[in-house]
Design a protein around this ligand. Structure first.
Ligand SMILES: [Zn+2]
Length: 268
């Protein structure tokens, strides 16, 4: 019973994060403030009240419409909330987390859970923005880099872990970001490829080596399938986007892979 309450709580926290992500996915590309400005309806600009901002329940209670202008709210907001809740839940379950492990405070596990959730948080925002706009949000890449660097420092100092093999990756990542930033200052749009490279280095550092290989492999397979489908649809003479959100595939498969690997590792 306690276990169920614990997992329910994790799910609820996930949905709260999820409702923040819907806002981040909408506002970050528009360079709008994401922490201070209250949520508002993108159609009528009416500020949302407390009861409009409860994840999932608000959407269901309002039957997917804005309370003020009755404009339909896109279902992806609801889906993102449920999805984030589910990812948080599955990650906690994969690590065999419960009230007891929190109470007995296995510090290393607790830190891994927290860092993992924050890491997933960034990935979900990257996935959402890449799917809609085919760009990787630089501020989120920076956030992930700081998170991962902090985690590496923690592993090295507190847990005396051997992090040497990550140092080169980290240096490469930082070099790339400096180059990227230089380009940005000259107002030249840095190629998508560089952003994808930065993202995949971050993944290489945080995922287990096998997890990283599987992530990249599944992404390549997905891109292949997508290409075949695109060709097929073009034959049917319907216009269809040729752009492929690589970042979206990478992040999706990375989240799934990490959860599955932890699930297996904690049970066998
Ligand atoms: Zn409205």
């Amino acid at each position: 019973m306690e276990q169920i309450i614990f997992y329910f709580l994790i799910f609820c926290i996930g949905t709260l994060f999820g409702s923040f992500f819907t806002l981040a996915v909408y506002r970050l590309p528009l360079h709008q403030d994401i922490t201070h400005k209250r949520s508002y309806c993108p159609n009528c600009n009416h500020k949302l009240g407390f009861w409009d901002m409860i994840p999932i329940l608000s959407y269901l209670a309002l039957r997917g419409k804005c309370r003020y202008c009755k404009e339909k709210i896109r279902i992806r907001y609801l889906l993102l909330e449920i999805l984030t809740g589910t990812i948080f839940l599955l990650f906690a379950m994969s690590l065999n987390f419960s009230f007891e492990t929190v109470a007995t405070l296995e510090t290393s596990k607790l830190v891994y859970l927290l860092v993992g959730l924050l890491y997933f948080a960034g990935l979900i925002i990257i996935a959402g923005i890449d799917k809609e706009r085919f760009t990787i949000q630089k501020s989120v890449i920076l956030y992930e880099t700081i998170l991962i660097t902090g985690y590496m420092i923690y592993l090295y100092i507190v847990e005396k872990a051997n992090i040497h093999r990550y140092v080169i990756s980290l240096l490469l990542l930082i070099t790339l970001m400096i180059i990227d930033n230089k380009y940005l200052k000259k107002k030249i749009e840095c190629p998508y490829v560089v952003e994808i490279l930065e993202l995949s280095i971050i993944m290489a550092i945080f995922s287990y080596p096998i997890g990283y290989i599987i992530t990249v492999f599944l992404t390549l397979v997905a891109i292949g399938i997508k290409n075949i489908l695109t060709k097929f649809r073009q034959n049917n003479k319907t216009s269809y986007s040729k752009k492929i959100p690589i970042g979206f595939y990478l992040t999706t498969f990375n989240i799934i892979t990490i959860i599955v690997i932890n699930w297996v590792a904690c049970r066998w």
